[in-house]
Design a protein around this ligand. Structure first.
Ligand SMILES: Cc1ncc(COP(=O)(O)O)c(C=O)c1O
Length: 435
């Protein structure tokens, strides 16, 4: 299912360009490859539309909610997929049309639901209480609200099981998919208009997506034949892998980037017979996160010290720690070392945080490195920046990287000044003298 080889644009970064980036901006610093990510989105959109005309790609905000980057991708026609009120408000701030927002996730407040209903966003529901709350809000508004339900295919043991309504025959369960359909059908205030599923993440096995398409098609066809219900949208979520190998895969070289044509054919083909039966074309939503963002993010970091581990094993301390390479406990992110290098040395990279667990990578054979060398971890564009946190040191900034040393800020580095805006230092007086 994969292209033969993954060559990242980050691999073209030379020593001089890396040094200039660090000097002109900062080190450590994250980079987003603007061209790479735009091309990947456009390939996704075009390929999906070739197979099914009414396909739409929505950006999974949680994967990397950098406003400037999202804005570039929205300008290419991508919708927003949000999973909280806060993310919903980012989409609104970026000027995304209400009707181009998909509102997912297990927590939506009444106020957020009210706004989403009023604005005409797509709402996919996670559990029965949420549906009852929507029903109450709709009743107050004297409206019949179209909703989607998230499905969870319990027959597929690899699929995530903790979200949505279980597709099985146990109708006694409160979260049974058939039971909730019966409930929605008898309500004058809600209307079942969409089906949603998101089966997991970092998936390379294309059969899992073919199975997703089949399971969605079977459920939707049952609704059509038994209840005469036509869906307005089918949302197949995200889940496709990126390029970083997991630590337990015991490999350091990047995976080839997953081939979108094979993925899209796998998931859409089983749905086509259903989609072609509908009197009004349904929209087919995709919510890619990892496969869209992950290959196109990097972290540039400098070696600031060395510490021999033993005579054949060199430890280097970098200015970026595990709290900002936040996905390094699961993935061995691929490494690019700018410039010509020689030798062969067992190497481990540590971070600067004065924490025992602060290691950036499994030990590996690398050319000999030295103080002030810059190294670049890539494959960090998904969940890494959004999971990162300040710990001992503030979080670095993010650059929109064009090529060589050409870049501009997407987010400034955090500083004491920013952090202080949220801190409160109470005046010490008798009332709070404890001892
Ligand atoms: C509902 C939903 N859609 C899309 C995504 C994006 O997933 P991925 O990054 O695996 O493509 C997620 C991530 O967990 C999700 O929960």
């Amino acid at each position: 299912m994969f292209m033969n080889k993954y060559t990242s644009r980050f691999q073209t970064l030379t020593t001089n360009a890396a040094q200039r980036l660090a000097k002109n901006f900062a080190s450590p610093v994250y980079l987003i490859d603007a061209e790479g990510i735009t091309r990947r989105l456009m390939e996704f959109q075009e390929t999906a539309k070739q197979i099914y005309k009414h396909s739409i790609v929505a950006l999974s905000y949680k994967t990397n909610p950098l406003h400037g980057m999202l804005n570039i991708l929205h300008a290419k026609g991508a919708y927003a997929e949000v999973v909280s009120g806060d993310e919903f408000r980012i989409a609104k701030k970026l000027g995304v049309k209400n009707s181009n927002i998909i509102f997912n996730g297990p927590m939506k407040t009444d106020q957020e639901l009210y706004e989403a209903i009023e604005s005409g966003a797509y709402i996919n529901c996670d559990h029965a209480d949420e549906i009852e709350r929507i029903e109450n809000i709709a009743k107050q508004m004297q409206r019949c609200v179209p909703i989607g339900i998230r499905l969870c295919f319990v027959s597929e043991k690899h699929n995530w099981q903790r979200f949505g309504f279980a597709v099985n025959q146990d109708r006694q369960q409160k979260n049974n998919a058939y039971k909730i359909v019966d409930y929605i059908l008898q309500s004058p205030y809600i209307q079942l208009a969409g089906l949603h599923a998101h089966i997991g993440t970092n998936i390379r096995d294309i059969n899992q997506f073919a199975k997703l398409g089949e399971n969605m098609a079977t459920f939707a066809t049952e609704l059509l034949e038994k209840c005469n219900l036509e869906m307005s949208w089918i949302d197949v979520g995200g889940g496709l892998a990126g390029v970083s190998p997991r630590i337990d895969e015991k490999q350091f070289s990047p995976h080839p980037i997953p081939d979108l044509k094979q993925y899209l054919n796998a998931v859409i083909s089983p749905l086509l017979p259903y989609l072609q039966r509908l009197s009004n074309p349904a929209t087919l939503f995709f919510e890619p996160g990892r496969t869209l963002f992950e290959p196109f993010g990097a972290l540039l970091t400098r070696i600031i010290g060395s510490r021999a581990i033993d005579k054949n094993h060199c430890g280097f301390i970098c200015d970026a720690g595990y709290n900002i390479l936040a996905t390094s406990h699961v993935y061995n992110h691929p490494l690019h070392i700018p410039g010509p290098k020689w030798g062969n040395q067992l190497t481990t990279f540590y971070g600067p945080t004065c924490n025992q667990v602060d290691q950036l990578h499994e030990a590996m054979e690398l050319p000999s490195l030295t103080m002030n060398d810059l190294i670049l971890f890539y494959g960090v564009g998904a969940y890494c920046m959004s999971f990162s946190y300040s710990f001992i040191r503030y979080r670095p900034g993010v650059l929109l990287w064009h090529h060589d040393d050409q870049a501009e800020w997407l987010r400034y580095p955090e500083s004491l000044e920013h952090a202080s805006q949220l801190e409160v230092v109470p005046v010490i007086n008798r009332a709070i003298e404890y001892v």
